[in-house]
Ligand binder design. Structure first.
Ligand code: SAH
Ligand code: SF4
Ligand code: F3S
Length: 492
């Protein structure tokens, strides 16, 4: 690691990431630490100061930002959207694809001038990119105006690190490559009526293309009582929707040594808590067991939407991705889910142009998409990630071919998406009102239980409430309708 220009003494606060450490999965026990909020010594440190926090990643990353904001506000900081009035700017980054990283480096380039004008501004980088060895090296070499780098396992350390940065004006880098304990009771700043709740951290699947197991550490589950208490509190606070988060939510509990308690068991308890909607993401096809399907079929507040990433429709590619299932097993799972929950909305993720993907293998992906008839899918062009096994494979599908495959697949997905949406015309759906429509303030936008976007006329006072909407028009990515009285037998 080349020496950064800023710091003279690296001994305490210069701990850059190591991909080698991130790869290993030790047997060391994960303990749970119950914090008591913010220690006294940090209270008031941020008074009169403003922070700007930008989030680039997935829902897990967004939720980390809620924790970061919670810590900062407990220190006395206030939030701002204006970078010119910020005393602290934090970029909470994502490493999953190259374009996510490019955005962050672009942003750092823009912030260079501001930092020159305002030397007291503290500029920090956190999130998944800070867990990558090569990224931290690049920041230290080319963006050495950055003051603070901390990792995904170091969020609870932010007050300490910030204090160090404020008073010693030294570069502070603290990135633990191995996960530490699970930290409970950190302050969280939530917004709106939808809340995220982590049920587990990390990933042990090591799909060959994916950086997440290296940036998020080994799989570890929060204790059921801690999750249940948090969801109960959210219910008391009037939250209308809770999304349970984990890289593989259905691997929940596999790491409990002294009890047999899985994701199905957890959902079976959560469904009895009075939050109108419970979602979860992401479920891995491999760990989706019959008990989980049985519990989901009880419905109630468990919504009938399952995001089930498939990645490819070719057995050979799935094998090289180490997804640990084949096409027949995936289709069998889809059938089981649909038999138990006939109106289940299925969505997925696909990667196009994985190393060595032939035209025939891509056609198999199209075939799978036609068979499953997804409601919606996220489609990504393969992006090589340094340190992953696929990075060593030859990225041999030309970019134009990847783009063409992406477009062809999106065409197939569009057909099934719109067909599903058209079937909703004439049906009344429960909608959680989120906001006024972007283009027309007399229109509201909200989501069905299956997470479909609906636009309808209504008053802004309904934001955060559940209403019923008769669906009248269907597009590929949204629906339009008219608000109606709750149907007979409805809960509201
Ligand atoms: N844990 C989740 C996925 C998290 S990443 C799961 O397994 O379902 C979200 C999606 O990003 C993945 O499902 C995959 O489709 C995509 N992705 C991950 N790594 C990628 C890469 N190197 N290139 C392109 N897409 C990738
Ligand atoms: Fe990545 Fe696979 Fe883990 Fe999902 S299951 S986070 S794709 S390694
Ligand atoms: Fe999420 Fe991106 Fe990290 S998808 S887990 S923020 S690499």
């Amino acid at each position: 690691m080349s020496a950064p220009s800023k710091s003279k003494d690296f001994s305490v606060y210069f701990q850059p990431p190591s991909m080698r450490d991130a790869k290993t999965r030790g047997k060391s026990e994960i303990n749970v630490q119950y914090t008591d909020g913010l220690p006294e010594e940090f209270k008031g440190l941020g008074l009169g100061k403003k922070y700007l926090l930008r989030t680039f990643g997935c829902q897990m990353n967004e939720h980390d930002s809620e924790m970061i904001a919670g810590l900062l506000e407990a220190m006395g900081y206030e939030t701002t959207d204006d970078k010119n009035e910020a005393d602290l700017i934090l970029l909470n980054t994502c490493a999953v694809r190259e374009n996510a990283e490019d955005k962050v480096f672009g942003e750092l380039g823009h912030l260079k001038g501001l930092k020159r004008e305002k030397p007291d501004l503290i500029l920090g980088v956190c999130g998944c990119m800070s867990q990558e060895e090569a990224v931290v090296k690049r920041i230290l070499a080319k963006h050495n105006f950055v003051d603070l780098i901390f990792g995904t396992h170091n969020i609870h350390r932010l007050p300490f690190l910030l204090k160090e940065s404020m008073f010693n004006k030294e570069l502070v880098v603290e990135v633990w490559s191995k996960e530490g304990d699970i930290i409970e009771n950190l302050p969280k700043k939530r917004a709106g009526m939808r809340a995220w709740v982590n049920i587990m951290y990390g990933c042990d699947k090591f799909c060959t293309y994916c950086i997440v197991p290296y940036t998020r550490g080994k799989e570890r589950s929060r204790l059921p009582q801690d999750v249940l208490n948090e969801v109960r509190e959210l219910a008391q606070q009037g939250y209308q929707e809770v999304t349970l988060l984990g890289q593989n939510v259905n691997a929940y509990g596999k790491d409990f040594e002294e009890m047999k308690y899985g994701f199905g068991d957890l959902l079976n308890e959560i469904r009895l808590i009075g939050v109108p909607r419970i979602r979860f993401t992401t479920s891995h096809p491999r760990d989706f067991d019959d008990h989980l399907i049985e519990v989901l079929a009880k419905r109630g507040n468990l919504v009938e939407h399952i995001h089930l990433p498939v990645q490819s429709g070719s057995n050979e590619i799935l094998k090289r991705m180490t997804r640990k299932y084949n096409v027949a097993q995936y289709l069998e799972l889809v059938e089981k889910i649909r038999a138990a929950i006939p109106d289940a909305v299925l969505t997925t993720d696909f990667i196009l142009g994985f190393p060595g993907e032939t035209e025939e293998q891509f056609q198999e992906t199209l075939e799978l998409a036609r068979k499953v008839q997804y409601d919606m899918a996220f489609t990504f062009i393969y992006s090589p990630r340094e340190g992953t096994p696929a990075f060593e494979m030859k990225d041999d599908v030309p970019y134009e071919v990847k783009q063409r495959r992406l477009a062809d697949l999106n065409e197939v997905l569009k057909e099934s998406g719109i067909a599903h949406n058209r079937r909703m015309i004439g049906q009344v759906h429960e909608v959680l009102v989120e906001s006024e429509s972007k283009n027309n303030s007399s229109m509201l936008s909200g989501r069905t239980r299956t997470n479909k976007l609906v636009h309808f006329e209504g008053d802004a006072s309904l934001i955060g409430k559940l209403v019923h909407v008769n669906i009248e028009e269907a597009m590929t990515f949204y629906l339009r309708g008219t608000m109606v009285e709750a149907p007979v037998g409805s809960a509201i």
